[in-house]
Design a protein around this ligand. Structure first.
Ligand code: NAD
Length: 541
């Protein structure tokens, strides 16, 4: 920034379009969905600005229609990963020196491309790849991604403006250098926005990135890559590689230039990655940054003073939207005895109106879970609950994988607060409810705090401020994103920075400055205007 202190456009959250019947956006996304469904595509890797095919391919199918083939993607051999690393390091020479306003312009342009010409494409691809309803696709692939890009540009400039004090004879300047080396981004299936943000946030700060999307999200990751290319991300800055996660990861982590991991996914995988990084620590030129946002066992606890219809709606929206496959999805619920009957009535009444099927039919609220592995795991927990005396299925309990991986939204009621589905992350449309005695409010709050290894999201419902205050204190460390009288999902960039602690991650809050700080290694430059020429101090006299 040689010639001005430029101001970036003020970041504003992208308005969520309604897709109500008759709207132009609904017609546009329906047409794009049909076109994408009826065409097959071949997704190459993207290394140093070139499309790389290997012939070792795998197919992509919609989870709600798993016999239908959307296309193929190419899987890497070790040599491709080595090439991705070496060409990224070559690209770093220019990219790390690129003035910030040029980096900002690229990612602001990407945001506008998604808001406009790519909106239907990225939403339709997310509906097909991840079986999201149009609303879930819109709030993820369009709005959240646009927000990540715009707000991160704003945060980056705010960070750059944060400078130490200087005096008349000394000017102190803090340079927010990118990391020396390259960043490795590993992304999950469940959010197109996260898939794009993990490489983009590091690249925005001047880093080069090797990005490995989830096998189950490649169809929509391809649109993200198209946007990055059209927005002008230069060759080598974001390399997209696909294939065997262990081979790719082992190759990446063997590089002495590995300087950071930006991960979102399950807790077990993240802990394994941390171990591998630790085992290689003597080989690295710099201590790698490790950022991981991982699993959750997110709770709702409802005091006897809370409104049963509100509690029921927090469950139907918080536990079942996107089939419960949000890291923030409510999956264990604690309800005070005196409001249980009314809450149950509202919950069942709402669930009876759920429609399940393909997202192409926009009247469906529930679609399929991501893949057969997830389907089988969830069906197993449902079968077990049917057998266990401490559990009772009070709604749902059906499943069918003949056409798509459909699990009926299921409510388990248990009399054992440590029942397996109260503790284990299931990542599907299954919620477990424990009803507690009205007098046991504090005791139950402690139970909520101690039941799970995770601490991602949680919600408390209460119309009684004293009871609420007790809950806010006792649950201080039980959730990184804590909600009062609201469902525990739906964090908005710029409003509720997102991340959890304990086994839920490093809590570096995606969509905030806290995350961007991890992708730079500041250099402090002190410049003295009149430099001493004599070592002696007055006290020596
Ligand atoms: P996952 O852990 O199965 O996969 C995540 C990524 O890790 C994928 O790219 C996958 O290919 C890769 N991977 C798998 N095995 C690997 C290995 N051995 N070495 C290296 N990489 C490997 O998770 P998922 O099913 O894609 O996503 C769901 C999980 O992500 C849930 O646990 C959810 O809670 C979590 N999640 C957390 C957040 C958050 O912000 N905390 C957000 C979204 C998802």
């Amino acid at each position: 920034m040689g010639k001005g202190f430029y101001k970036v456009p003020v970041a504003v959250n992208e308005p969520v379009k309604t897709y109500a019947p008759g709207t132009p956006e609904r017609a546009a996304v329906a047409t794009t969905y049909t076109q994408m469904y009826n065409t097959t595509i071949d997704v190459p890797m993207y290394i140093n600005g070139k499309e790389v095919t290997t012939g070792d391919t795998a197919t992509m199918s919609p989870p709600h229609d798993h016999k239908h083939i959307l296309g193929t993607y190419h899987r890497a051999e070790k040599k491709h990963i080595e090439e991705a690393i070496s060409t990224a390091l070559e690209a770093r020479k220019l990219w790390s020196q690129m003035p910030w306003e040029q980096r900002a312009a690229i990612f602001l342009r990407a945001a506008e491309l998604i808001a406009g010409p790519y909106r239907s494409k990225i939403n339709a691809a997310t509906m097909l790849a991840q079986s999201k309803t149009i609303h879930q696709a819109e709030i993820d692939a369009s709005c959240e991604l646009i927000d990540f890009l715009r707000f991160n540009v704003q945060y980056m400039t705010q960070m750059y403006a944060e400078q130490p004090a200087s005096t008349s004879d000394v000017w102190n300047r803090l340079e927010y250098r990118p990391l020396e080396g390259f960043v490795y981004a590993i992304t999950p299936f469940n959010f197109t926005a996260i898939a794009a943000n993990l490489p983009a946030s590091a690249a925005m700060m001047g880093n080069v990135v090797v990005w490995k999307p989830s096998d189950s999200q490649i169809f929509s990751a391809k649109i993200v890559l198209d946007v990055f290319k059209e927005a002008g991300v230069p060759p080598g800055v974001i390399q997209m590689v696909m294939g065997d996660p262990e081979m790719i990861t082992d190759t990446v982590l063997d590089s002495p230039d590995f300087s950071g991991l930006h991960f979102t996914g399950s807790t077990f995988i993240f802990k394994e990655l941390w171990k591998k990084i630790g085992a290689n620590i003597h080989n690295y030129k710099t201590y790698p940054r490790i950022v991981g946002e991982t699993g959750g066992k997110d709770f709702i606890i409802a005091h006897k003073s809370s409104n049963p219809a509100q509690v029921a709606t927090a469950i139907t929206r918080g536990a079942f939207e996107f089939q419960g496959q949000k890291c923030s999805a409510a999956s264990r619920v604690y309800i005070s005895k005196s409001i249980w009957a009314a809450s149950q009535k509202h919950l069942k009444a709402q669930m009876e109106t759920f429609k399940m099927g393909s997202p192409e039919d926009m009247s469906n609220f529930i679609t399929a879970v991501i893949h057969e592995g997830s389907f089988d795991k969830l069906a197993g927990f449902i079968d077990q609950a049917k057998k266990d005396s401490s559990a009772e299925i009070i709604a749902g309990g059906g499943y069918d994988k003949s056409k798509g991986y459909f699990i009926e939204p299921t409510v388990i009621k248990t009399n054992d607060p440590k029942y397996t589905t109260m503790c284990t992350e299931l990542f599907g449309p299954v919620v477990t409810i424990y009803v507690f005695e009205d007098e046991a409010w504090e005791q139950t709050l402690h139970l909520v705090d101690q039941t799970s290894e995770y601490a991602l999201t949680g919600a408390i419902f209460s119309e009684d401020r004293y009871a609420l205050e007790v809950g806010v204190k006792i649950l201080e460390n039980a959730a990184g994103n804590f909600y009062i009288n609201d469902k525990p999902t739906g964090a908005v960039v710029g409003q509720q920075p997102f991340g959890g602690a304990r086994a839920s991650g490093t809590n570096d809050k995606a969509g905030s400055k806290l995350n961007l700080y991890r992708w730079c290694s500041p250099r402090m430059v002190k410049e003295t205007f009149v430099t001493p020429t004599d070592y002696t101090y007055p006290f020596l006299g």
